[in-house]
Design a protein around this ligand. Structure first.
Ligand code: BGC
Length: 439
């Protein structure tokens, strides 16, 4: 067979994404630490990848040496503002050092300001349920961006507000472990208000800033396409999970079942669409699932399932996600995409098949500018602890030793050549050769 290559535009950003609590270790002043200590998770974050102890240096080296030209990381609010009335300048210096570390390695930095964790003092006053939350968040953002702006101009205010609100206030698997849809909606509104204030603050301190959110998109199909109830529940869930936040950032309007709230200050507060995509769902109507708005989500029986069954490998769903993102008429940044797979059996094909979809989107002139793989090194997977491994590098949590997975080699070739070739697919995931490079 002739060799074939799919090529990406010059200047395309290739990187990985991480989040503070998942990699830093020793984060003892946030709501997640308290949640772990209270025994809600199977494992504890502990040292995580020991970035706070300095191992970010070796991991940034790994990323840079393997051709990555960008990295998305998050800063931990509880470190920068350990108490309501106190800033920790030494923590800010540490983040400046890390961002300088990226610059020295010629890597573009993208900084997330809120990735699931809240400082304990903030959680104690009610967290995002509190009417004070948006302003408190914006104060933290102003301080942080002022201190870091020398090194970054790409900012994600809030990572996956939909997952944050759903997991903490509907499913109850994230702190504070509530299951109350009224409170969930209040939290969603406050997240949008917090984003809007943060957007304004960032642009006030940095003219060239580009600000957005990282939205997780999952397309939702009715399990039985002929069932009106399945169709209704899939549509309702998609409107809430997928559309609510980006729509609010576009027109300032939020709709949740019969409730409507206007947040006019949020209209037009998105400079790019940050898109996290992992998988897609089929949804069926189920009376037992009142807390989930009567929708039971599942993967199709024939799905190509990941190691722990957490993710179905659905690259077409990624294309749909980008088509959806394109509607907002902004540059699109793939802020996360990846799969948990300790043995690294599925990841090479997941990677190749998803990157092929990015290429298709780019060739439709959709404005996809960057791809951040989740994640660089295995890290602490929230309520799933260390049971899931998303890293291009494997981590031995006890010894802190890293081992390069085969997928890291494939990603290295992609990043270094700015392309995906038939040779790469043949070497790393021949099982999908026919679908990506048909003879
Ligand atoms: C989150 C990450 C998480 C990943 C894999 C995303 O929803 O932003 O923090 O590690 O999913 O579970």
């Amino acid at each position: 067979m002739a060799k074939a290559t799919i090529q990406f535009p010059r200047g395309f950003l290739w990187g990985t994404a991480t989040a503070a609590h998942q990699v830093e270790g020793q984060n003892k002043n946030n709501n997640w630490y308290a949640w772990e200590e209270a025994g809600h998770t199977e494992h504890k974050s502990g040292l995580a990848c020991d970035w706070w102890g300095g191992r970010w240096r070796e991991d940034f080296d790994r990323a840079a040496e393997t051709g990555q030209n960008a990295h998305r990381l998050s800063v931990e609010w509880s470190r920068i503002q350990p108490e309501r009335d106190r800033w920790d300048e030494s923590a800010i210096d540490r983040y400046r050092e890390m961002l300088r570390g990226l610059r020295e390695r010629n890597m573009t930095a993208m900084v997330t300001l809120h990735h699931f964790t809240d400082p304990l003092w903030f959680a104690e006053l009610g967290g995002w349920e509190s009417d004070e939350a948006p302003q408190l968040f914006a104060d933290f953002v102003r301080k942080t961006v002022s201190a870091l702006k020398e090194y970054a101009n790409l900012w994600v205010t809030i990572n996956e507000p939909n997952v944050y609100a759903y997991s903490g206030y509907a499913a109850g698997v994230f702190p504070p472990g509530k299951k109350d849809l009224n409170i969930a909606f209040k939290v969603m509104v406050n997240l949008v208000r917090g984003h809007a204030l943060a957007y304004k603050a960032i642009h006030e301190v940095q003219r060239e800033a580009r600000v957005g959110m990282a939205h997780q998109y999952r397309s939702m199909f009715p399990k039985n396409p002929h069932s009106p109830l399945d169709k209704w529940v899939a549509k309702t869930q998609s409107e809430i999970f997928n559309d609510m936040f980006p729509k609010a950032l576009t027109d300032g309007k939020m709709k949740f079942l019969w409730k409507r709230v206007n947040v006019p200050e949020a209209a037009g507060t998105q400079d790019f669409m940050g898109l996290n995509y992992y998988s897609r769902d089929t949804v069926s109507f189920d009376l037992r699932m009142a807390g989930e708005l009567f929708g039971a989500r599942s993967y199709p029986a024939e799905a190509d399932l990941s190691e722990t069954g957490f993710i179905a490998n659905e690259p077409d769903g990624f294309f749909e996600a980008m088509r959806w993102a394109q509607r907002f008429d902004k540059d699109i940044i793939i802020t996360e995409n990846g799969v948990e797979d300790a043995p690294d059996e599925m990841r090479p094909r997941y990677l190749a098949q998803h990157i092929e979809q990015v290429w298709r989107a780019v060739n439709f002139n959709w404005r996809v500018k960057a791809y951040f793989h989740w994640s660089l090194v295995d890290n602490f997977e929230w309520e799933r602890g260390w049971t899931q491994r998303f890293g291009l590098w494997e981590l031995d949590v006890e010894t802190q030793k890293r081992r390069k997975r085969k997928s890291a080699e494939l990603y290295e070739e992609i990043c270094k050549t700015n392309s995906l070739s038939s040779e790469m697919v043949k070497t790393y995931c021949p099982e999908v050769m026919e679908t990506i490079f048909p003879d």
